[in-house]
Write a protein that binds this ligand. Structure first.
Ligand code: PLP
Ligand code: COI
Length: 356
């Protein structure tokens, strides 16, 4: 990875801001795009001069490899504004690092450090008015790299584009979150790309998720592809189970995304004195715990989803309800994380990043 480069970013500002078209009191997730985007092209074996330009369409040759072979990786992060208007990120270097882990697996050239953080900071400075301040909302940030190289040969492209686009967003889920434990389809397999944030991972989930939605669920809970006996993760979240007073989540692997929220949950739960077990968890154990009343909570964790309590789950032809409990671990941990993100509490783990 080339870390010696300190790119000068060329900035072209919009003279046609769309900010007044957005109702910041009713923000959907990921629908509105801010005024600018950061763009950097890879060609001739290196990343080129980065630009910030007005948010706009891009034009690609129909034979671009992204369309045919799905060479694309992305990240998801958020910018927050505190009560004084200071702009904050949460563990952004972990996103930068993970983008390169994903890129490597998809044979995409890694991105020098400066391009990611310098580009992101410059973009946030320009579009800081787009960071919402209402409770639970933030500026969702989508850095992504995709193959632009032309031709139908099934081989890695020789040109790529890195873009960072931003969307002022509210909650990812609204209402109850019921999930279906999936036994037929798989999201990932050993040796595959499940640990990477590869675009195709999500495309492969849409059809099984549609089937689950038709049955009245919002998300699929993926089980291991080999035996379907173990709980792995949800569509866009890692997953936690509370059995009695122990919080359990599966270990990361080739098949599971190493979620930044997941590791923050583990650290905070331990800090709260909660017993945490990172171990394989059988569907059978969760069903038994639900039947005997020891399954107290289930929740998903992710940048978009934050901490999303699961209200019930389906398994084969049976539905299981989760009890509504007071003082849930989900609520406690969500408060601890969001208080750090919005600069309302001490940042004892050094996760907050101030954008200056
Ligand atoms: N698992 C998957 C498949 C995801 O898409 C996400 C979202 O980014 C997560 C887990 C949670 O990861 P993070 O907490 O880093 O956002
Ligand atoms: C995120 O949580 O940032 C994600 O990438 C989830 C996304 C698929 C909406």
């Amino acid at each position: 990875m080339n870390t010696a480069v300190s790119p000068m970013i060329k900035i072209e500002k919009t003279n046609n801001s769309k900010i007044n078209e957005v109702d910041f009191d009713n923000l959907p997730f990921g629908q509105h795009l801010s005024d600018h985007m950061f763009v950097c092209d890879y060609k001739n074996g290196k990343w080129q001069q980065p630009h910030i330009v007005p948010y706009q369409n891009i034009s690609l040759d129909p034979s671009s490899k992204i369309f045919h072979y799905g060479q694309s990786v992305f990240e998801g992060m958020k910018a927050y504004k505190d009560a004084r208007g200071q702009v904050l990120l949460f563990r952004p270097l972990d996103n930068q690092n993970r983008l390169n882990i994903s890129a490597k697996r998809l044979a995409i050239p890694e991105l020098p450090e400066e391009y990611f953080m310098e580009g992101l900071k410059a973009l946030l400075k320009l579009d800081s008015d787009w960071i919402p301040t209402s409770d639970g909302s933030s500026l969702y940030i989508r850095p992504f790299i995709f193959a632009t190289g032309n031709g139908f040969h099934a081989s890695p492209a020789d040109t790529y584009k890195f873009i960072i686009a931003c969307s002022p967003s509210g909650a990812y889920f609204s209402g109850k979150l019921k999930v279906l434990i999936e036994e037929k389809y798989s999201r990932s397999a050993n040796g595959g790309v499940g640990f990477a944030k590869a675009g195709g991972n999500y495309a492969g989930q849409f059809y099984p998720t549609q089937l689950a939605v038709e049955k009245g669920y919002q998300q699929v809970i993926w089980t291991d592809d080999n035996t379907h006996e173990y709980i792995e993760e949800a569509g866009a979240m890692n997953i936690f189970m509370r059995i009695n007073d122990t919080l359990i989540t599966g270990p990361t692997s080739d098949r599971i995304l190493d979620g930044i929220t997941r590791k923050s949950v583990i650290t905070i739960a331990k800090d709260e004195g909660i017993k945490v077990e990172v171990r394989k968890i059988k569907v059978k154990e969760v069903i038994e715990a639900s039947n005997n009343g020891s399954l107290k909570e289930m929740f998903g964790s992710g940048t978009a989803a934050v901490i999303s309590p699961i209200t019930g789950f389906g398994y084969r032809d049976n539905d299981f309800e989760l009890p509504e409990i007071e003082n849930s671990y989900a609520a406690l941990i969500k408060k601890r994380i969001t208080d750090i993100q919005y600069n309302r509490a001490e940042d004892k783990f050094g996760w907050r990043y101030i954008v200056e």
